[in-house]
Design a protein around this ligand. Sequence first.
Ligand code: MRU
Length: 372
Amino acid sequence: MKVDGKPMRTIWVEADGTVGIIDQTKLPHRFETRKLQSLADAAHAIKSMQVRGAPLIGAAAAYGVALALREDASDANLEHACVALAATRPTAINLKWALDEMAAAVRNRPRAERVAAAYTRAAEICEEDVGINQGIGRHGLGLIEAVAIRKRPGEPVNVLTHCNAGWLATVDGGTALAPVYAAHDKGIAMHVFVDETRPRNQGAALTAWELLHHGVPHTVIADNAGGHLMQHGQVDLCIVGADRVTAQGDVANKIGTYLKALAAQDNGVPFYIGLPSPTIDFALGDGLAEIPIEERGADEVTHITGATTDDQIVTVRLTPKESRAANYGFDVTPARLVTALITERGVIEANRTALAAAFPERAARRPAVASR
Ligand code: MRU
């Protein structure tokens, strides 16, 4: 993606081995970058959501291991880094996937080779993410083209998306938004309804920001508006991302996704998941019972951050001081509500047989680091 005309990724390595990131907690008001110098910096960046989105969390964790080994390349520190990073965010399986990949890449090497091997594997994970997202874009494009054919000239295809599963959630290209960008870049008229996505507002802050920068027409809507729009025929298809998909096709994604899937089914609107294969957790079956759901601080619900008219960033309280609040980060959409999964290997049904047939090498493998 381009930021102010300059091609950019969401994570990169500086000449001194430190790791550059965009601080997503400052968007859309400020575009600021940060340098991660240590394991502690990487763990903080993931936990505080300076970097977020399942694929980017995986990439940041991979570099977190490389930074940790730079400090101490012992077995004990490798183990410590994997445990510390795995504890930062529990729902996105890409985190554990990336840590397993990193541990496998360095574990059996002499200490002197470990740092270089870690940077190499982390860079590969980033490249793989970019390639995967291009595949999702290519395969999802066909679904959008099929809708566009039925439109009058110039009439846009209306997509509804939730949270941010775009460029900012990945190393580059996005997952759910990859087909939208592919269609827009091909000249298909697109319009995206962007759920604001309380409480962290990844839709209002991040999806809107990146669509704006790429020139894709969009409208930010309150989280509860999607059902109304679907009832009135204003949404052609929903495309959302995923933080973890089980072997049977249940989908954990940002809180509120399930309600959109229900509304989509009631109104005959196709509900697609843009899904990179590292997001599949073949160790789990029943998503509702087995996927750990992150609970974050209540302050994200009781308070909101924004910019004043003179561009100061401020945080204000929304609720009575005495009211309790709860902050569930994700929900699970059962496979029966998912029209199809858009993967790098094609558009597939959300069920055990289709997932195992599309990714046989993943289905046969069990992760080395605990997966829940
Ligand atoms: O809490 P976040 O911002 O890390 O959650 C990200 C999401 O849930 C996204 O919607 C997304 O679908 C997963 S990342 C491609």
